[in-house]
Write a protein that binds this ligand. Structure first.
Ligand code: ASP
Length: 338
């Protein structure tokens, strides 16, 4: 389905669960710069008439390459001291999708997820098989040491100490380094896409796969709505969060902001989970609900002005886009829990 021409919109995130006392001024500056660069690259592609899928991957590659985020380089470590990465991408109009899970040698998992969508009859490939597919299409494999950063290594050491002291840390700050990255875009043809890439959760075991690569849980797009989530993945899987938001928008005509808030700030916390999401509808309305201290986020709405924000109390400075927004006249990018 094709929509009347609308101004392009791009929304990105670099994860929820921002821990304010961990955020040095230098790190905050680097994160804001990376978010701005991802917006800039993605928006340049949008303005050049590239598809929403191409824009989403262009923005996510910037964040995967930046060691400050839990995706690509800088991914968290598993309990066994490895990096196992997950990613997914979805094209809203065709509802084609591609995903990879548990890959250990792919520098940009979002590009492999896109290749799964575009070059195979499958939706999700995992582990070694996904890496063999990458090789078959000439995508270079990286040495597993590529992903390592000292900061993530120390986060694992802290979690391991807590493990051996018998201290549960499933809900503590060590585990809640939700630095997953994602993007949703509305291109100049009115098509939507969503993508998400992550290292998962610090100290994860036994081949654990989170919500990010699961279509409908952490990533979903159709012709009305696109969502990329970040947070405690098990809850996003159990609520099929991204799909739950889009179904309200598509089938029940619930305004995007309300649909996203119901799932992220009501349904998930009621079960004991937390996190956030970015959501975009076909009219250019944006919603960025989260219930953590902060969320790394950025957007360029129909006005064309880039915005970057981190903290929960930051003035997002945005309101409904100037484009006609019949489905959600209250759509905004306000990120505060509600
Ligand atoms: N949702 C991701 C996962 O559970 C974590 C994150 O958002 O950082 O794998």
């Amino acid at each position: 389905m094709s929509h009347a021409a609308v101004p392009p919109v791009l929304v990105i995130h670099g994860g929820s669960g921002v821990i304010t006392h961990d955020l040095t001024p230098a790190k905050e500056k680097a994160i804001r710069a990376a978010l701005a660069k991802a917006l800039e690259n993605g928006y340049a592609a949008l303005k050049a008439g590239k598809s929403a899928v191409a824009v989403v991957s262009a923005a996510i590659v910037v964040l995967e390459d930046d060691p400050n985020f839990n995706a690509g380089k800088g991914a968290v470590f598993t309990h066994d001291g490895k990096n196992e990465l997950d990613a997914a991408i979805m094209d809203g109009d065709t509802r084609r999708a591609g995903a990879v899970a548990g890959v250990q040698r792919i520098g940009n998992p979002i590009l492999l997820a896109r290749a799964v969508m575009e070059k195979t009859p499958y939706v999700m490939l995992s582990g070694r098989g996904a890496e063999a597919f990458a090789q078959s299409i000439g995508m270079p494999l990286v040495d597993p040491s590529y992903f390592r950063t000292e900061e993530r290594w120390q986060q694992l050491q802290k979690a391991l100490k807590e493990d051996s002291a018998g201290k549960p840390h499933a809900d503590d700050e060590t585990t809640k380094h939700f630095g997953t990255v994602g993007a949703v875009a509305l291109d100049t043809d009115g098509h939507l896409a969503a993508g998400t890439s992550t290292g998962g959760i610090n100290d994860k075991r036994w081949g654990r796969i989170g919500d990010s690569p699961i279509i409908g849980a952490g990533t979903y797009a159709n012709s009305d709505c696109a969502v990329s989530a970040t947070g405690w993945g098990e809850y996003y899987i159990r609520t099929v969060a991204a799909h739950a938001i889009c179904m309200q928008v598509s089938q029940m005509r619930v305004p995007l902001k309300r649909a996203a808030a119901v799932v992220i700030n009501q349904e998930i916390p009621a079960l004991g989970g937390n996190g956030g999401a970015i959501a975009l509808d076909a009219h250019g309305n944006i919603a960025i609900p989260f219930n953590t201290d902060g969320m790394y986020r950025g957007w360029i709405d129909a006005s064309g002005v880039p915005h970057v924000a981190i903290h929960g109390d930051e003035d997002d400075g945005s309101s409904a886009p100037p484009a006609p927004a019949p489905a959600d006249s209250t759509g905004d990018a306000g990120g505060q829990a509600q």
